[in-house]
Design a protein around this ligand. Sequence first.
Ligand code: T3D
Length: 261
Amino acid sequence: MSKPLLTSLADGVLEITLNRPDQLNAFTVEMHQHLRAAMEDARDNPQIRAIILTGSGRGFCAGQDLSERDPSKKEIVDLKVTLSTNYNPLIRMMRAMEKPIICAVNGVAAGAGANLALACDIVLAADNAKFIQAFSKIGLIPDAGGTYTLTHLLGEARAKALAMTAQPLSAQKAEEWGLIWQCTPADELMDEARKLAKSLASSATLGIGKTKQVIQAASTNSLDQQLDLEAETQGELGRSADFKEGVQAFLEKRPASFTGK
Ligand code: T3D
């Protein structure tokens, strides 16, 4: 049986591929376990300075594998438990990780699959990809952070309409609305994602990780709190090897060689 997740590491970039193409990479418990382990490795391994998340085959991820929720199986699955055990720790970990996660959405992203993509830091999507908040079709609400991400990125009007209608949102419109960073021709998606990841992996990783955290904090902080957080974080970064190297390189008119420290 093929592995539900593929990983490869090169040039400081960990590439993670969801690998259940016949089910559009829908989430099983097993795939969750593998993805969590890969993300933990990405977080803890200093060799890894950027992550790409993508899917194999024609889809990115169709959310929860609904065959694990087959009502005829009699066993009642408590979705509060499955979210608390699988989806929520994953999203929390990805948001807390002080490394950039690029999502290369290679095809349809539905349900928790769409919201997994939107939890990444920079989202590129193939021009034939679409985002579907499929939950309302099966009587659920958007999860895996969807109610938060959609509302913060799009505002209530668009978040509610996407969630209530489950209407597919094209990659082009997702870019136009500011839901994702970039819609890319499908045949250029992985090259673009790899180029971007490689460049982030050789840049000032510590500063990029802190940028992620401080921008995320802005959703709930006041301006005063944010100014304090910026000062505190800049103080820390001002003592880093990367800051020293960046300034030195600028003054010497040469490219900087960052170590991510
Ligand atoms: O349960 C909990 O723990 C709570 C958490 C829930 C999180 C969630 O994600 S709930 C939402 C679950 N996802 C969905 O409701 C989406 C279901 N899928 C679709 O609506 C459609 O497949 C798509 C719109 C995504 C794509 O449509 P299309 O026409 O391009 O492909 P298809 O023919 O429907 O799917 C291709 C195959 O993938 C097909 O299998 P087959 O017939 O070739 O053997 C289909 O059954 C399978 N597949 C697609 N999505 C899922 C799936 N199999 C299991 N689970 C899926 N989610």
